[in-house]
Design a protein around this ligand. Structure first.
Ligand code: PAF
Length: 285
């Protein structure tokens, strides 16, 4: 596996790979876990070559967020990607991604307005901007993202559709189901911030979500089920709920009747200084 940090060598290295067949891109911010490796395996099954990227994108972190603390472990990540058979790792320096004078921002409205978009102003502009750049740099046939960041996936799909970045085939941007720990907690690089006590408490997030989904499917009003969910999380050790909402899976508009409408439950909650997010299907209609 080659690791490349500058744009010109990237373009030259991609040329021979492209001659072998489709290229799949797996964009990441590193600190890789089984969720990322699942993306790589799915990518390998669909393409001749997998290109992974590692870039801790400063533009998607707010002023008081964890940019400096975000785990960086390039050597370990390189070894993992090499073992998975990744052909090329694109690991640009910040100056290669945003050179002096960089002035362009991509903003997607609609799907980015609520949920994490409301809780983290500017976050999805940063995501859309860097993913657009990654798509232009690598020009993949296929790109894969985890469904744990469901809203991010919706934003990226909207951005790629609106800016004509994908060819007209449905598989161009693929969402891959969330990979979970044995106790149900969604895998995330940020789980590493949790103390062992917080890690045990964090398991109440998927459990409370499943209980709320069960209640809603039995006819409990959305508002009641969400109130109970928040109470369980606060009693279970969470300090603050950023949001707990039921929304349409594609449009991300609020849903009142999740039994008769396609719906997904979205939660973001804080435990100590760590913000965890998760989402689950309520009704697959
Ligand atoms: O999900 C992530 O790791 C990041 O948001 C992404 C898509 C790599 C963009 O920086």
């Amino acid at each position: 596996m080659q690791t490349i940090t500058r744009l010109d060598p990237l373009r030259s290295a991609l040329e021979p790979l492209r001659r072998d067949g489709p290229i799949a891109l797996v964009p990441t911010m590193g600190a890789l876990h089984e969720g990322h490796l699942t993306l790589v395996r799915e990518a390998k099954a669909r393409a001749a070559h997998v290109v992974a990227s590692i870039f801790v994108n400063p533009r998607q972190f707010g002023a008081n967020e964890d940019l400096d603390a975000y785990p960086r472990q390039l050597a370990r990540d390189q070894a993992l990607l090499e073992t998975e058979g990744v052909s090329l790792l694109w690991a640009p320096e910040a100056a290669a991604m945003y050179p002096l004078g960089y002035a362009t921002n991509i903003s997607v409205s609609g799907v980015s307005d609520g949920l994490c978009g409301a809780a983290r102003p500017g976050h999805f502009d940063g995501v859309a901007t860097v993913v657009c750049k990654l798509f232009n740099q690598v020009q993949p046939d296929l790109a894969l993202f985890g469904e744990k960041d469901w809203q991010q996936l919706a934003v990226i799909r909207a951005m790629a559709r609106d800016l004509d970045l994908t060819r007209p085939h449905v598989d161009a941007i693929l969402g891959v189901p969330t990979v979970r720990e044995a106790d149900g907690l969604a895998m995330s690089s940020r789980n590493a911030y949790l103390s062992s006590e917080q890690r045990a408490q964090a398991a109440s997030l998927p459990q409370a979500m499943k209980a709320a989904i069960w209640a809603m499917n039995r006819g409990e009003p959305v508002g009641d089920a969400l109130r109970e969910l928040e109470e369980i999380l606060l009693a279970g050790g969470f300090d603050k709920i950023d949001y707990a909402e039921v929304r349409d899976p594609a449009l991300l508009t609020l849903v009142e009747d999740p039994v008769h409408q396609a719906a997904r439950l979205f939660v973001a909650a804080r435990i100590g200084g760590t913000r965890l997010i998760d989402n689950m299907a309520i009704s697959p209609l």
